[in-house]
Ligand binder design. Structure first.
Ligand SMILES: Cc1ncc(COP(=O)(O)O)c(C=O)c1O
Length: 294
């Protein structure tokens, strides 16, 4: 076990959930509880950061620098990693009107030792210029949202974990799409399981191109054993509708699993709407709970 993993709940649990509508189609539905990996380093954040942290360590870095907005789960997780694993951290923040107390995320990051640099939205677009200013040579750079090649390897490990927990490859995996790194990691690792991505942003069809460009294993792209659904964003990123909120409440009451409205809530909601038309009878489905709960 790696030093990092001593405080993490790995492998994350894979829980079977029951519902009469699953029985109608003889579906086995599991939730991969990535939200239970760690209270602050939860969900896909650990998967996407793990191999980056190992690379940083191997290359002798003990300082990390990254980017994010005022509510970024990635930024929050990097600050937590700094605190728990002994890295110095810096964050370049989108919005020069903000300060250390503008959001719970920024407050948490600041209180856990992350050095915050607030830059205008315009300046934020040019990451390499910002790294010239703030990213001294002794800092390991984590991309915005944590998505890069090493992140894909971490997501691949999660898939392997699912296969060994089940004892076979699931027919379908559902995941939310923000930057697309999680979905890309899943497509990269398997052509046998159909990957179903639920986009949580509006007008984000450009992500299909980005996901494709991230995938190293081009053969898996050719098989096209994946689908992206664009119509479950509920009005846009972090937007919510009364239907979504009542679904989240009902799901909690039935299954004792908390969902949030930005990622996991939209994805689970979409799954219930798609299962009649998109899922074959007698299948095994795994829903990735990517965390995001604070
Ligand atoms: C909780 C949570 N779930 C899902 C996602 C989406 O993952 P990806 O960016 O890899 O598409 C994110 C952030 O990006 C997230 O914070």
């Amino acid at each position: 076990m790696l030093d990092f993993e001593k405080i993490l709940n790995l492998p994350s649990p894979l829980e079977l959930i029951n519902d009469p509508i699953f029985e109608e189609k003889a579906l086995k539905v599991f939730v991969k509880r990535e939200d239970l990996i760690h209270p602050q380093i939860s969900g896909n954040k650990w998967r996407k950061l793990k191999f980056n942290l190992l690379a940083a360590k191997k290359q002798g870095f003990n300082k990390l620098i990254t980017f994010g907005g005022a509510h970024s789960n990635h930024l929050y997780a990097v600050a937590a990693i700094g605190r728990f694993f002994g890295f110095e951290t810096s964050g370049i923040i989108r919005g020069d009107e903000l300060n250390n107390t503008s959001s719970v995320t920024l407050q948490y990051a600041h209180n856990n030792g992350m050095k915050l640099h607030f830059v205008s939205r315009e300046a934020y677009r040019d990451k390499s210029e910002l790294l010239e200013i703030y990213g001294k040579e002794d800092q390991y750079v984590l991309p915005e949202g944590g998505t890069n090649e090493l992140a894909l390897a971490g997501v691949g490990e999660m898939y392997q974990e699912i296969v060994s927990q089940l004892g076979y490859k699931p027919d379908y995996i559902f995941c939310p799409i923000g930057s697309g790194g999680t979905m890309a990691g899943l497509i990269n690792i398997t052509a046998q399981t159909k990957i179903m991505g639920i986009c949580v942003l509006k007008n984000a069809n450009y992500l299909e191109e980005e996901i494709s460009s991230l995938i190293e294993n081009k053969e898996n792209l050719v098989h096209k054993n994946f689908m992206i659904f664009w119509d479950f964003h509920q009005g846009g990123y972090a937007k919510k509708t009364p239907e979504l909120l009542s679904f989240i409440k009902l799901f909690k009451a039935k299954h004792q699993i908390n969902l949030e409205h930005v990622y996991s809530g939209k994805m689970f909601f979409a799954f219930y709407q798609l299962l009649k038309t998109e899922i074959k009878n007698n299948s095994t489905v795994v829903l990735i709970h990517t965390g995001g709960l604070r």
